[in-house]
Design a protein around this ligand. Structure first.
Ligand code: ATP
Length: 421
């Protein structure tokens, strides 16, 4: 079967053609592989461009880099390379390899091999598809393990019996893909998955590595569904034993996030942070601390969790009667955005929700027209005083007391007068 690569973005199409032609010149065979092929066949967009080479991936990437002036990073010890084409497209190159696991849960030992071997070490058949890039075979689907049929039948299937024992993080990946695509885990695979859980397979993986895969659940559109799937398989206990999340509340938050994401005023660098808080906020502080240590939480995660301690104080401040918009601004401006969204989605106090909306949709977007340069012209010395004056003018602008550039200058001047007078 041929995969229609021409529906790809033109830049990527051209780069893939170049990769195929160059591979041919070197006597290698290059393939697009993994999740990107799955997404292509599902008509979904993807941004990870993984190339597997029968031959030498590093040599191919180096030749392409020399010829096309693209940026190359080589990882000699892994036999892989990353190439950033001049048009900004990034591709990862690896040599086709086979692998075996010396012990369950350990990292595999790899050696170079054929595409077929490389695809056999993948997690599920739907992720074990490849598309040929060499000119003579351009676009030909390479499907050794029935991945195409499984995609059509919406099935998640492992490639062999030992799969979950070799790498128990695949249990988490099964939950993630099942929820993301609305696919079913195929009957035998489900039996193997449950047997791996009963056999405590996840305990063979180093906790931070296991959590690194678990963390990806929070980046899904609906993490609650993934987590629930995992809990139904009795697989959540490896993260937090005996933990019974409040599913209704997680679902409510997930729905709320989807709603906020559609509103251009509600911007977040990282929506997964809101789910992260929603999940961990249900556990007590002592257990969170223990998990943070065991799973090697990132600095940002720790910062977010410690910010949660402030939530009662923030909420108490936001229910003070007759607060001006600038007073609300002063409370919320120093708070992490994801924490603000978390409060917004969990509060039952309409005044708090209203004030947060006002902060996010109006106050936060107010900009001054005057600059530090203007103030220096008025005789302010650079430093703390100048910053403080700009801040006071901003608070007045948030409250609608100043509007134009001239208003701002007049107010700044009067503040200068006060400070010298
Ligand atoms: P996503 O869309 O979430 O990025 P993906 O399938 O692209 O999903 P990645 O984690 O980026 O997932 O991995 C890329 C490919 O590497 C997968 O499609 C799969 O073929 C393979 N892979 C990743 N993790 C594993 C694993 N634990 N075991 C086997 N193969 C894996």
């Amino acid at each position: 079967m041929k995969v229609n690569l021409s529906r790809l973005n033109k830049k990527i199409y051209i780069d893939l053609k170049t990769v195929g032609v160059q591979a041919q010149c070197l006597g290698f065979r290059a393939y697009l592989v993994g999740g990107v092929v799955r997404d292509l066949l599902l008509n979904k967009t993807s941004s990870d461009w993984d190339i597997v080479v029968e031959g030498c991936a590093i040599k191919l990437a180096k030749t392409l880099a020399n010829k096309n002036n693209s940026r190359l990073t080589v990882y000699e010890q892994f036999g892989t390379a990353t190439l950033e084409f001049v048009n900004g497209i990034v591709m990862d190159f690896s040599t086709a390899r086979s692998e075996h696991y010396p012990q369950p849960g350990s990292l595999p030992i790899v050696k170079s091999g054929l595409l077929e071997n490389d695809l056999f070490r993948r997690d599920f058949t739907i992720n074990a598809l490849a598309v040929a890039l060499n000119p003579q075979t351009w676009g030909r689907l390479q499907d050794f393990y029935g991945g195409y049929d499984d995609l059509k039948n919406r099935k998640i299937r492992v490639l062999h019996k030992q799969s979950f024992v070799d790498d128990p993080t695949r249990i988490l990946r099964a939950a993630r893909f099942a929820a993301r695509f609305g696919f079913k885990v195929e009957t035998k695979t489900l039996r193997l998955l449950k047997a791996a859980i009963i056999g405590q397979a996840p305990m063979t993986v180093k906790a931070p590595r296991y959590y690194a895969e678990f963390r990806k659940l929070f980046f899904e559109k609906n993490p609650g569904v993934c987590l629930r799937q995992l809990a139904n398989w009795q697989g959540l206990g490896f993260i937090a034993p005996d933990f019974q999340p409040d599913w209704k509340s997680l679902a409510r938050i997930a729905k709320g996030v989807l709603r906020l994401r559609k509103d251009p005023f509600f911007f977040a660098k990282d929506w997964s942070g809101v789910y992260f808080l929603a999940f961990w906020a249900q556990l007590d502080g002592q257990r969170i601390k223990q998990c943070a240590k065991t799973f090697h939480f990132t600095r940002l995660e720790i910062l977010r969790l410690s910010g949660m301690v402030e939530i009662p104080r923030i909420c108490n401040q936001l229910i003070i009667p007759r607060m001006s918009p600038s007073a609300v601004y002063e409370v919320l401006d120093p708070v992490d955005l994801e924490i603000i969204y978390f409060i917004r989605l969990t509060t039952s106090v309409s005044m708090i929700a209203r004030r947060i909306d006002q902060f996010l949709k109006k106050s936060r977007l107010v900009d001054l027209q005057i600059t530090g340069k203007d103030l220096k012209g008025l005789g302010f010395k650079p430093g703390r005083e100048l910053g403080a004056v700009l801040h006071v003018v901003l608070l007045n602008k948030i409250d609608g007391k100043v509007e134009t550039h001239q208003d701002e200058m007049v107010l700044a001047k009067s503040l200068h007068f006060l400070s010298v007078g």
